[in-house]
Design a protein around this ligand. Structure first.
Ligand code: NAD
Ligand code: MG
Length: 354
């Protein structure tokens, strides 16, 4: 098994006397900036002058300036703006202001791997990608824990890219949970595949299809919601804590038998072949090209699909049922989100973003 890296293996002094600029103060940015500052690292936050997050950052005791000034002062620059905005911010404000020997960091390999950002020689390039949403990176750190992270060095120019990247990972609390070394290619391809085939795309399509199958057959939509969506969390929690085996131990023998005989009919040879095609399109850059071009056109297809999905029967029924379950902490996307009235970049902190 691959050896994971923990706090004790990391030299925190690699960031002594260094200033870290955190560019962006969204889901990850807020968590990284606050955790690093509390770990004793000198942090400056770089934001757009009109940013709605600046006040929140100042209230947390952080120094805030624009991305260009933050970069000028920093030895380490972590880019935590949305991946679609990163090339623009990088070319406009970061690259012209990078210090010699600076370490440029990312929390996802997309833009480096697909060549949208190509830093000049002499600049170290590293990655720390927490395997969890930003609000957990913050909350677990506050409680003495941390979210595991992937780390990678794309370019070792100064001889300190690796030690500084690891010290950064330690500063946000990842070394308390475990840090796994990877490459920009592996992180990017597996991350895109996971969210498309399993975590986001796979699960939502499975739930939607199960819900519609029951409702179309004349069963009550409320019952279909409980069965295909609400209970999903309870099952996933068991898998999270004890693997498939513990989940199967906890459910009835009837459910377990049905799991074995019917599961492979849902995720069958055809599904697996499609998974392979999805992975190939990620590896050969087809997906990245499509998404980058979509972004350049102002994301019309993306916005249309978002609006269509937001109005589904499953969503309507679910919102009503969740409003009676205060104990689960019901949440909803900000007003106008699905109609594109609200810029993704202004998402309030603590939201789960993938
Ligand atoms: P986000 O959308 O939550 O936040 C982005 C922030 O960037 C905004 O709050 C805003 O402060 C700032 N911003 C937006 N446009 C800007 C611009 N043009 N100039 C300057 N600042 C701007 O983003 P996020 O989800 O925290 O993602 C940041 C990075 O972290 C991405 O590379 C993402 O892939 C990665 N990542 C995210 C998660 C997650 O769970 N959210 C997990 C792992 C890695
Ligand atoms: Mg992901």
């Amino acid at each position: 098994m691959t050896k994971l890296i923990y706090d004790a293996d990391i030299d925190a002094s690699a960031l002594d006397g260094q200033t870290v600029a955190v560019i962006g103060y969204g889901s990850q940015g807020e968590a990284h900036a606050r955790n690093l500052a509390e770990s004793g690292v000198d942090v400056v936050v770089g934001l757009r002058p009109d940013s709605t997050s600046a006040e929140r950052a100042r209230e947390a005791g952080l120094e805030v300036t624009d991305a260009a000034s933050a970069t000028k002062r920093a030895n380490v620059v972590m880019v935590l703006v949305p991946d679609t905005a990163a090339p623009g911010v990088y070319h406009g404000e970061i690259e012209p202001n990078l210090q010699d020997g600076a370490l440029l960091m990312f929390a996802h390999g997309f833009n480096i791997h697909f060549g949208e950002v190509d830093p000049p020689g002499g600049i170290d390039v590293g990655m720390v990608a927490p395997k969890g949403p930003g609000h957990l990176v913050r909350r677990l750190y506050e409680g003495g824990g941390g979210v595991p992270a992937l780390f990678a060095v794309h370019r070792e120019a100064t001889g300190s890219a690796r030690t500084r990247t690891l010290a950064y990972a330690r500063g946000i609390g990842a070394g308390r949970a475990g840090i796994l070394e990877t490459t920009f290619a592996e992180e990017t391809e597996t991350d895109l595949f996971g969210e498309q085939a399993v975590l986001c795309g796979g699960v939502t399509s499975l739930v939607q299809a199960g819900f519609e199958t029951l409702v179309d057959a004349g069963y009550q939509p409320e019952l279909a919601y409980f069965e295909t969506m609400h209970e999903l969390k309870l099952i996933v929690d068991l898998m999270y804590q004890g693997g498939m085996q513990y989940m199967r131990y906890s459910i009835s023998d009837t459910a377990e038998y049905g799991d074995y005989v019917s599961g492979p009919r849902i995720v069958n040879a055809e599904t697996r072949a499609e998974m392979k095609r999805i992975l190939t399109e990620i590896q050969d850059g087809t997906f990245a090209k499509r998404w980058i071009e979509e972004g350049r056109r102002g994301a019309p297809e993306f916005k249309r699909m978002r609006a269509e999905n937001a109005g589904s029967r499953l969503e309507e029924v679910g919102a009503e049922l969740r409003s009676h379950m205060a104990f689960i902490g019901p949440k909803q996307a900000p007003d106008g989100w699905a109609d594109g009235n609200r810029r993704t970049a202004d998402a309030p902190s603590g939201e789960v973003r993938s």
